[in-house]
Design a protein around this ligand. Structure first.
Ligand code: TRP
Length: 332
């Protein structure tokens, strides 16, 4: 079976975008067809200004939500990054293979660094080295496939480069991974700004549907979604991004083609009503399962403990091999 690894930052409440764009596929497809690991990457959430209590809360909530979305601890490995020391242990060695120039070329670094500077917060050094830690996450498990969004492709490419360079210099140690992107249309956009994605750390609340939003909140956000000029409903992501986003969401919920759906609507009102109902029904079982799971924190703790143990067992021999290959003296 293929080894698959993906990670999600506990940097905010998971959104409908996370669910339709990634997590639903991890649960329905990836965990069954592959030897899959899913990681709540809490160390990555320390790369920008953060609040310790909120991070702790969100890490637990993210893990609980991933279970509620259908990740099955009997089938895949779910764990928290900081519980497995191998990630940082490998990251240092990879920092000795990656270059400063490579880090500074990362698009996400440039964007986030500017934002931190604007806020007067200072740019944490870990924001620069973050792609190396991400490479360590991936390479420690001999990962073949990394299901991620378009915005993470450059980081997976970097992990490939680092793996190839390490193997060339120090002997074959790492599997060279590749990114697998979600199907087109799986990208959910912000309901208020349909040209930017619906992100979990997006603070503009009204355009972001969270998985745990109450049905009333979901309805309100969908009914207030911006649409485009023109009353007729057509599916055109360039000219009519607002309508296209609503149609894409409905298509993702119902399994139908967005173009076909468009033909059935005389105007935006009825479309929004159907989108709101479809999303409420899509999220209902996830919210219910989340409520059950959060009533039993000991169960979630047990899942994460077992997950970390299994992950450690997989990562340790790979990281040990990397330490030996690069010339570090093995402990007697
Ligand atoms: N950087 C990713 C993000 O912000 C999360 C992530 C961290 C990740 N490590 C990973 C994704 C390893 C895939 C594989 O979304």
């Amino acid at each position: 079976m293929k080894r698959v690894f993906s990670g999600v930052q506990p940097s905010g409440h998971l959104t409908l975008g996370n669910y339709l764009g990634a997590v639903r596929r991890w649960a329905d497809v990836d965990q069954h067809r592959a030897d899959a690991l899913f990681c709540v990457v809490d160390l990555h959430a320390l790369t920008v200004e953060h609040d310790p209590a909120r991070l702790r809360r969100l890490s637990r909530q993210t893990a609980t939500l991933l279970l509620a979305c259908g990740l099955d601890p009997e089938v895949c490995t779910l764990f928290v990054q900081s519980h497995v020391g191998e990630h940082t242990r490998l990251s240092y060695v990879l920092e000795c293979v990656a270059t400063d120039g490579e880090m500074r070329r990362m698009v996400q670094y440039k964007e986030k660094a500017v934002r931190q500077q604007e806020r007067g917060a200072g740019v944490r050094l870990s924001l620069l080295t973050y792609p190396v830690l991400m490479a360590a996450d991936i390479l420690a498990y001999s990962t073949e496939e990394v299901p991620v969004g378009e915005d993470q492709k450059q980081h997976v490419e970097l992990a490939r480069d680092i793996a190839e360079r390490f193997n060339q210099r120090y002997g074959h140690t790492f599997v060279v991974p590749r990114a697998t992107l979600p199907a087109v249309g799986a990208r959910v956009m912000n309901l208020q700004e349909p040209t930017s994605k619906m992100g979990k750390s997006d603070l503009s609340g009204p355009g972001v549907v969270r998985i745990l939003d109450e049905p009333e909140a979901v309805r309100r956000k969908v009914m207030r979604a911006v649409t485009d000029s023109g009353q007729d409903v057509v599916h055109d992501r360039v000219e009519r991004p607002g309508a296209a986003n609503l149609l894409d969401i409905l298509a993702a919920c119902t399994g139908e083609e967005p173009e076909k759906l468009a033909a059935g609507y005389p105007g935006y009102g009825p479309l929004k009503e159907d989108v709101a109902e479809a999303v409420v029904e899509l999220l209902r079982p996830v919210r219910e399962r989340h409520a059950e799971l959060s009533a039993d924190p000991a169960y979630v703790d047990g899942v994460l403990r077992a997950g970390a143990e299994r992950a450690r067992g997989m990562a340790r021999p790979v990281v040990d091999a990397a330490y030996r290959a690069i010339g570090l003296l093995p402990q007697a």
